[in-house]
Design a protein around this ligand. Structure first.
Ligand code: FMN
Length: 200
């Protein structure tokens, strides 16, 4: 039995390929671990705010010295981090938007990367504080980025591996539904992506 945190960042509901691919990943996890629970966080419809001055100062000020404003705004980060800490497995849907992730997903990341809470610095450099969690990422894109000439334009997978690894989420597997704008590829892309899901 696993606690799954399902991070949605496409606003396209049932038409979304990342949502459909993530749902297929979750179905496989549930089949492997009967009784698993799923908490879905829909970032597209419930935005985390862009970081403002009070968010940043709240991160670097001890709680007992927080102003009323800092106390009010740090709850966004506290809530997002608690959800990640409580999960055994994260499933993150990441549609490619302009070669990167949607800003709603970036805003969530800005709330979960927090010094002293999800990462710290040691004499040997940065240390991620989240441990023992599995992450599956469902990426969708109009073009093909897993291989070939456009691979270097993919700013999703390298970025997510870097930033999630930085906070300790180093066990990351990526599944892609891609070529969705390419005639002859789009019709079977989702089916193929779902058939290729292998948990590890
Ligand atoms: C705002 C926007 C920007 C996009 N930018 C890219 C892009 O840079 N490269 C690409 O291959 N596809 C791009 N696409 C296509 C999406 O990646 C594709 O439609 C994907 O399926 C969207 O994910 P979803 O189905 O989960 O919503 C873009 C789509 C939108 C709406």
């Amino acid at each position: 039995m696993k606690k799954i945190l399902n991070i949605v960042s496409s606003p396209r509901g049932g038409a979304s390929y990342t949502i459909q691919l993530a749902d297929a990943i979750i179905a496989k996890i549930k089949a492997e671990y009967p009784g698993s629970t799923v908490k879905t966080v829909d970032l597209a419809h419930h935005h985390y705010p862009h970081l403002e001055e009070a968010h940043i100062s709240s991160y670097f000020t001890p709680a007992e010295k927080h102003s009323a404003k800092e106390r009010e705004v740090i709850r966004h980060s506290d809530e997002a981090i608690k959800e990640v800490q409580e999960a055994d497995i994260l499933v993150i849907g990441a549609p490619m938007w302009n070669f990167s992730i949607p800003s709603a997903l970036k805003a969530w990341i800005d709330h979960i990367v927090r010094k002293g809470v999800t990462f710290n610095y040691s004499e040997k450099g940065p240390v991620g504080m989240l441990k023992g969690k599995k992450v599956y990422v469902a990426i969708s894109s109009g073009g093909i980025y897993s291989d070939g000439p456009m691979k270097q334009m993919d700013h999703i997978e390298p970025y997510l591996r870097t930033i999630l690894g930085f906070i300790g989420l180093t066990d990351l597997t990526v599944f892609r539904v891609e070529g969705l704008s390419i005639p002859g590829v789009q019709d079977t892309a989702l089916e193929k992506a779902i058939a290729g899901i292998q948990l590890n």
